[in-house]
Design a protein around this ligand. Structure first.
Ligand SMILES: NC(=O)c1ccc[n+]([C@@H]2O[C@H](COP(=O)([O-])OP(=O)(O)OC[C@H]3O[C@@H](n4cnc5c(N)ncnc54)[C@H](O)[C@@H]3O)[C@@H](O)[C@H]2O)c1
Length: 283
């Protein structure tokens, strides 16, 4: 398997530009591909602003900032992926869209390129089934904001080879990340544990066990969580939380994942958390 020296990132949004920045900061050339030039412009601007903040805080030198920015190119043309050894798909979370993108990648990328998806919820085994080389496909699940968060979950589909996992594990370490290897399953490991924990906090609130503030203080001060589960739900978005719990409920076919009725009520009311200025707290 060839060394990973040039990366293609598909999607220049929140995650795509963060992944591109992490690659560029580690000295890897990266091309971001998106459907429209404004999305690319926003992505490149976000990388520039983030590098600037890191430089102002003395986390990187001015030279390192400039060198990282110079390693990022952006294009609306999938043909620019042809020189990438690793292609990371980080486009909008939609199965049909990802299937279409992966077919395009198969037609454009080098035959022995490794292809990864940053999907949060779609089966890696199902996506692997449509790529040219399923053994060289895996999930590479970064966390938001990518430049700050140390974890990458590497998701092994049924078809993924050991050599692919080994190569991408080494690459993630080169980015300064700590990879964990997870077998394909809904929610992988972190969301599988995190989302039912948040759902349980909503049950506790619904049952009147304690106030929202006291539930959050309990988990902050008793378990050392940096933020309480209800405040975190407001950040994630209650609609997103409900969608995740519904996927777990139907995919595992297990009632332990049923979404809390209060979560459904809040979403029905349009109280989605920070983005609507009202969730478990007012903003
Ligand atoms: N936001 C998070 O916290 C988070 C965390 C982990 C994983 N993810 C996953 O990362 C992926 C991207 O999420 P995001 O939050 O960055 O979304 P986003 O909406 O910020 O960005 C998605 C980008 O994909 C682009 N896009 C759409 N169709 C495309 C195509 N055919 N080719 C190229 N680009 C295309 C859009 O123009 C947009 O710029 C999703 O699969 C999501 O589940 C998100």
């Amino acid at each position: 398997m060839q060394a990973i020296e040039r990366v293609g990132v598909i999607g220049a949004g929140t995650m795509g530009n963060g992944i591109a920045q992490a690659c560029a900061t580690a000295g890897v050339d990266v091309v971001m591909v998106d459907v429209a030039q404004p999305a690319l412009d926003r992505g490149v601007a976000a990388i520039g602003a983030s590098l600037e903040r890191l430089q102002k805080k003395d986390k990187i030198t001015a030279d390192a900032r400039d060198a990282a920015l110079a390693r990022v190119t952006a294009s609306t043309d999938y043909a620019t992926l042809s020189r990438a050894n690793l292609v990371i798909e980080a486009a909008t979370e939609n199965l049909e869209l990802k299937l279409m993108i992966l077919k395009d990648v198969a037609a454009r990328a080098m035959p022995d390129a490794i292809v990864a998806s940053n999907t949060s919820s779609i089966s890696i085994t199902a996506l692997a089934a449509v790529v040219r080389n399923p053994a060289q496909f895996l999930g590479m699940h970064f966390f938001n904001p990518v430049p700050m968060m140390a974890l990458v979950e590497l998701i092994r589909g049924l078809q993924t080879s050991d050599a692919t996992i080994d190569a991408v594990r080494a690459f993630a370490q080169r980015l300064g990340k700590t990879p964990i290897v997870v077998r394909n399953s809904p929610g992988f490991v972190v969301n599988r544990i995190l989302c039912p924990m948040i759902n349980e906090a909503i049950f506790a609130l619904q049952e009147g066990l304690a106030s929202a503030e006291d539930i959050d203080n309990g988990m902050r001060l008793g378990c050392n969580h940096p933020i309480g589960p209800l405040a975190l739900a407001d950040m994630i978005g209650l609609d997103v939380m409900l969608a995740v719990m519904n996927v777990f409920y139907s995919d595992f076919n297990d009632p332990k994942y049923r979404p809390a009725p209060l979560l459904k009520e809040m979403v029905a009311a349009g109280y989605l958390g920070r983005k609507t200025k009202r969730g478990f707290y007012h903003y």
